[in-house]
Design a protein around this ligand. Structure first.
Ligand code: ATR
Length: 264
């Protein structure tokens, strides 16, 4: 970290709980590498206090922006001055930039981070037939990012089907030409993504039926810990290529730094 002076821009991560967050290490290292006079600090903010904290950050002239995570990603949207189309339709942001005039602008980068991580590993989703398990917050962000990245078609499966229909209605507003389908079987798709929370706990069931997996498919996770989830193990056993969850975070760091204008 560079020396903190009166000119140092302050960035924050807003979360509750806070102890597990990883963005400060990654972004402070990245700012040091880029020679940016900035620092990211953890701000432990309870849900009820978010409006007060956002008002304070808006008024803080040395504040450059924030990373936003659980439980604030949706609640912060109406407190901001502007959000991107994707963030509005996903209904969540995970990065907020403070403009010099104090306006707070929100963006959702989780999905773009996932796609950046895929590309960094040599997998371009453009034109792919993609299958997504899940329709929660993370899955929404990834669905919009896959559409943005130019997948050829998108199939989504979720335990609660109504959430898939709701996601499709919002996706169509931004990507009306993308073929969408709802089906449980991942067979025949080039790219299979688990964006449910299944795999976090060792006794979780698999998020999809591995009988539909075969060599030639790429199976990707958003679960970061464990690195080799039961789904990835099952996919590897069936000859699929696998892509773990961690690159999604690594892919996001550069996107976050650019969005927050972390420049010398
Ligand atoms: P996140 O923001 O991390 O995506 P979320 O919005 O709560 O969290 O979404 C969790 C996802 O995992 C959802 O797709 C959820 O399915 P439902 O929409 O049916 O709840 C899925 N999920 C969680 N536990 C599950 C389980 N036991 N079986 C199947 N799907 C599960």
């Amino acid at each position: 970290m560079t020396e903190i002076t009166g000119r140092t821009r302050v960035f924050a991560i807003l979360a509750d709980p806070i102890a597990q967050v990883k963005a400060p290490q990654g972004l402070n290292r990245l700012m040091a590498e880029r020679g940016v006079d900035g620092v990211m600090v953890p701000l432990h903010v309870a849900a009820a206090d978010l409006p007060t904290v956002v008002a304070g950050l808006r008024a803080t002239q040395s504040f450059g922006g924030a990373i936003v995570t659980v439980p604030h990603k949706t609640a912060i949207v109406p407190l901001l001055d502007a959000v991107s189309d994707a963030a509005r339709l996903v209904g969540a942001v995970n990065a907020v930039r403070r403009e010099p005039d104090g306006r707070l602008v929100g963006e959702i980068l989780d999905g773009a981070g996932f796609v950046a991580g895929l590309r960094a590993a040599g997998h371009d989703p453009r034109g792919a037939s993609a299958y997504l398990a899940g329709a929660g917050g993370a899955a929404n962000a990834i669905a919009f990012a896959l559409a943005e990245a130019g997948v050829g078609r998108l199939t989504v499966h979720n335990r609660t089907p109504a959430r898939v229909e709701d996601l499709f209605a919002r996706l169509r507003r931004l990507h009306p030409a993308l073929p969408l389908a709802s089906a449980a079987d991942p067979a025949g798709h080039d790219l299979v993504v688990n964006a449910t929370s299944l795999g976090l706990r060792p006794d979780d069931p698999l998020p999809l039926d591995p009988a539909g997996l075969a060599a030639g498919q790429l199976v990707a996770e958003i679960i970061m810990q464990p690195a080799k989830t039961p789904l990835l193990a099952a996919a590897a056993a069936r000859g699929c290529r696998t892509h773990p969850g961690l690159p999604m975070l690594e892919g996001q760091l550069a996107l976050m730094a650019d969005f927050l204008r972390m420049r010398p």
